[in-house]
Ligand binder design. Structure first.
Ligand code: PAY
Ligand code: ZN
Length: 307
């Protein structure tokens, strides 16, 4: 076998390169990594991820990346996490990795991601046409929990178009069915966006502090404190509506509201606007490192609080 197995974190990668690396990892770690295709996109691409498992029947953690096409640091960070789980020698990371089943999907919006590489670097949505002039729904406004009840648009030309109905995007529909099939095995759902340096949790329709707000806020505080230790990067944490703006139809709110998953966070990764969506590739590794620190804190603190 002379096939190259290299994958680096000093540049952003195409969808093909990311998928190739997932296949390579499955080949390299046959007893630990399994590729999973959770569905197809409007343009016919696979929505591919991996399940990583060091032993049978661990509790599951779901990692979602790339639902918004232009937020390139998101797929890069999910790939960084995947590689760390497989190769890190850090004691905490090893404990975290080996005591969970991981479902990691670097791109929930492959058509959009490819479009940002070929045509328009700042494309956010999916690519299915609506009417004559505009393409794409906002896949993070299309999920079937309190769909289109605030912070989304009925205009197909809008960046936050909710779609024609809940799960009108084939992408959100198929991945939601996959998530449902494993939901009883996952106690945590983490999604990655950029930018703003926020650690958000449910919900986006109201500023009210619902369900386990107090726990999620306390864990969130510990997590962003851990994140800051390494490079001084400052985050804020809180619910979506209070911390950024009203938004409905997100994947995280759907998972929380439908399955009652206790640990649900959305990262808005670096930066706060200097480079915005065009975060320089030299920041992939530091972003990955600090995010890994904060993820360790989330899971370890959850264990301390509830076990
Ligand atoms: O549920 O994550 C949420 C809502 C917040 C994000 C959203 O609009 O979906 C925030 C934005 C994002 O990551 O898409 C923030 C960026 C900077 C944007 O495009 O406005
Ligand atoms: Zn986003």
């Amino acid at each position: 076998q002379t096939r190259s197995k290299s994958f680096d974190f000093i540049s952003y990668h195409t969808l093909d390169d990311i998928y190739k690396n997932l296949d390579d990892l499955a080949e390299q770690y046959p007893d630990k990594v399994q590729t999973v295709v959770a569905g197809k996109t409007y343009e016919g691409r696979e929505i591919k991820g991996v399940k990583v498992s060091f032993k049978a029947d661990n509790h599951g953690i779901f990692i979602e990346g790339g639902i918004h096409a232009r937020e390139w640091i998101s797929p890069a960070t999910t790939m960084y996490i995947l590689h760390q789980l497989l190769t890190s020698n850090d004691t905490d990371v090893r404990a975290l990795a080996e005591s969970h089943d991981w479902y990691i999907f670097p791109s929930f919006n492959p058509d959009g991601y490819v479009y940002t590489h070929t045509t328009n670097r700042l494309w956010r949505k999916t690519r299915k046409p609506y009417g004559l002039f505009c393409k794409g729904s906002d896949p993070n406004r299309n999920w079937g929990y309190r769909w289109n009840t605030g912070g989304s648009s009925n205009n197909p030309c809008s960046e936050t178009f909710a779609g024609s109905a809940p799960f009108s995007c084939i992408e959100t529909k198929s991945v939601s069915e996959y998530i449902k099939s494993i939901s009883d095995r996952c106690y945590a759902y983490i999604s990655f966006h950029s930018y703003s340096q926020l650690l958000l949790f449910p919900y986006g329709h109201t500023r009210d502090h619902l369900e386990n707000y107090d726990d999620l806020y306390a864990i969130g505080k510990k997590s962003i404190t851990a994140l800051k230790q390494r490079y001084g990067t400052s985050y804020k944490t809180g619910n979506i509506a209070e911390t950024i703006y009203t938004a409905t139809g997100s994947s995280m709110d759907y998972v929380k509201g439908t399955f009652g998953t206790p640990i649900t966070y959305t990262y808005e990764l670096r930066d706060t606007g200097r480079y915005g969506f065009l975060l320089p590739p030299a920041q992939i590794i530091p972003t990955g490192e600090e995010t890994m620190d904060s993820l360790v804190a989330i899971i370890l603190h959850r264990i301390i609080m509830w076990k």
